[in-house]
Design a protein around this ligand. Structure first.
Ligand code: SF4
Ligand code: SF4
Length: 407
């Protein structure tokens, strides 16, 4: 890693590229936005792992071949925690990180993940881990996660513990983790915490899911549901000294919807991150970084411990614009409404990747991982799920087009 004093003091001026555009080709703010980027400002202790990790960390779900320079840019700015998974960009994400960090491995922390089913054997998990080690060109992974859990039978699969013990004994993984953002996440997290199965949790957590956000709100948000269990789970994990990393921190990431409101010195993304980091129980957040410019912008929120008045106003505005049509995936209040077993919140999460993140390839790869998809919606009247979403989403009008787009 380059010395911190080599890092440039980054004064960013706006470049007017005009118009709203996809997040994937994110434009800078369309006004005279400036912020001083000094790289990572704070490292927090990741629970019982005792790793000191950057408070804003590198998510690589969309990292593709040829983007090694992005990883190096993040390292140059002090990011030391890199989150990947075997399924991200069909293994390219791990491969790119492996190439980029050569010679710097010992100064960095790597997280990877594998999809585990209720019947997956420890041997299969070990084979998957070895594939990740090869792609990452390393002989150990700092935190290895059970990816996207949504089923108690998965986290209670005894083979997972056999695998964890063996991989740790062989020095191939240091710590165990779990990640999730789907409907039964809360139940799964309660289970792993009650059975003391993990050292780190990676959970979807943003201002739009936290009841605290709506306290004292003066404008009407009549169709926004909160997830009262999420803060409880985070507090419970903290009490057990389990490291907590937040993801999906942008509540749908419609960043360009917000550019015209960003006239207070902070961007919407920085405001959203300050909300997450103001929860002292959160150790870090990971966010997909797809350009150097984005990394610079995101790190503008590093070191945040509170939400400023201006940041709060941006978050209010975002909720006003997007709250009523944002699926709060883990709320799952629509669960059981579909007689065909369509996992509505999962389907709508993959839809978010395509429509909000503008990353159809990633959306397709995540959609392909669903055990049941929304095929049934194509020939359904939509009546059973008609009033199932208290947040006002018309599920049938969202799920059928999602299947057409991603299947
Ligand atoms: S569709 Fe509605 S009820 Fe179902 S998970 Fe999304 S926000 Fe919750
Ligand atoms: S439209 Fe029909 S098949 Fe699709 S989620 Fe609703 S009830 Fe299920």
């Amino acid at each position: 890693m380059k010395q911190r004093n080599d890092r440039r003091q980054f004064l960013k001026s706006s470049v007017i590229l005009g118009g709203a555009s996809a997040v994937g080709v994110l434009t800078p703010p369309s006004h005279a936005q400036t912020w001083l980027n000094q790289g990572v400002q704070k490292y927090r202790t990741l629970g019982r792992t005792n790793l000191k990790v950057s408070d804003i960390s590198f998510g690589s779900s969309r990292l593709r071949s040829g983007e090694e320079d992005l990883v190096q840019h993040a390292i140059d700015l002090g990011i030391n925690y890199f989150d990947t998974a075997e399924s991200y960009t069909s293994g390219q994400s791990e491969t790119v990180i492996g190439r980029a960090i050569k010679g710097q491995r010992t100064q960095l922390y790597l997280v990877s993940k594998t999809i585990i089913r209720a019947t997956t054997s420890a041997d299969t998990m070990m084979r998957d881990l070895e594939g990740s080690l090869r792609r990452l060109q390393t002989d150990y992974i700092d935190v290895y996660m059970n990816h996207a859990v949504n089923n108690i039978e998965v986290v209670s699969n005894p083979e997972w513990q056999i695998f964890n013990d063996k991989a740790k004994a062989q020095g191939k993984i240091r710590f165990t983790g779990v990640s999730g953002h789907a409907g039964n996440l809360i139940n799964c997290l309660d289970y792993v915490l009650d059975h003391d199965l993990v050292d780190v949790m990676l959970v979807a957590y943003n201002f739009g899911q936290d009841p605290k956000f709506y306290e004292g709100l003066t404008r009407g948000f009549d169709r926004i549901a909160t997830q009262p269990d999420l803060p409880r789970i985070i507090t419970k994990a903290k009490a057990k000294n389990v490291g907590i990393v937040a993801m999906k921190t942008l509540m749908g990431a419609r960043l360009n919807d917000m550019r015209s409101y960003e006239n207070s010195g902070a961007t919407f993304a920085q405001a959203a991150f300050s909300w997450v980091l103001s929860n002292a129980n959160v150790d870090s957040l990971v966010i997909s970084m797809t350009s150097k410019q984005q990394i610079d912008e995101y790190l503008g929120a590093s070191g945040s411990t509170h939400v400023s008045v201006n940041a709060r106003s941006l978050l209010d505005q975002y909720a006003l614009l997007n709250g009523a049509n944002y699926c709060k995936h883990a709320c799952n209040l629509c669960e059981g409404s579909c007689p065909y077993g369509v996992p509505i919140s999962d389907v709508l999460r993959t839809r978010m990747y395509a429509t909000d993140y503008q990353d159809v390839d990633f959306a397709r790869s995540e959609y392909a991982l669903l055990e049941t998809n929304a095929n049934a919606c194509l020939n359904c009247s939509g009546e059973p799920c008609q009033n199932a979403c208290p947040n006002g989403l018309t599920i049938s009008e969202l799920c059928a087009p999602t299947h057409r787009m991603l299947a």
